[in-house]
Design a protein around this ligand. Structure first.
Ligand code: HEC
Length: 140
């Protein structure tokens, strides 16, 4: 099942856009799920450092739906480029505590800081998949 999902994902991604306008209509139309679209991306780029089974850098676990769902806006914010934040706006706005002033998209978080180290970041298409996942309700 997982191998099948991964092949499907590669098929949708094509060769990688360099601007948001080049991201394919298929990617924009996706209603991504954690199991099919998001988890494979986290496994490629993140779970070596963020797993409930091993390293839990910063206390972040991305290998389980529940914890990935709980931190969904934060995780996407630290993974995407500023133009993705600008495009998705409200969907990437941190939770506003009652009595506190409204917050801006990704306010307080370091956009594009993950993955750290020598690893290259996600393709723009992959970033849009993560942002769409949050925007469409972060389905399991
Ligand atoms: C090479 C190891 C490594 C990889 C790969 C990595 N991270 Fe991290 N991450 C860390 C470390 C270490 C911290 C804690 C220190 C810090 O905040 O820089 C962290 C912190 C975080 C935090 C909390 C940041 C904060 O503001 O407290 C989030 C969210 C996060 N990572 C998400 C991700 C996502 C999503 C990916 C994949 C796209 C990823 N990380 C890939 C090492 C990694």
């Amino acid at each position: 099942m997982r191998a099948f999902s991964f092949v499907l994902l590669l098929g949708v991604l094509g060769c990688g856009a360099t601007t948001l306008d080049e991201v394919s209509p298929e990617v924009w139309a996706l209603e991504p799920t954690y199991a099919q679209h998001v988890r494979p991306l986290f496994e490629t780029h993140c779970t070596s450092c963020h797993s409930s089974l091993g390293a839990r850098a910063g206390g972040v676990e991305l290998d389980q739906y529940e914890s990935a769902f709980a931190g969904r806006v934060h995780q996407v914010c630290v993974t995407v480029e500023p133009e993705v934040v600008a495009r998705f706006g409200a969907a990437l706005t941190p939770f506003q505590r009652s009595g506190q002033p409204p917050r801006a998209p990704c306010e307080g978080w370091e956009v594009g800081s993950m993955p750290t180290g020598a690893r290259s970041g996600l393709l723009l298409d992959e970033q849009v998949i993560l942002a769409r996942w949050v925007e469409t309700g972060a389905a399991r």
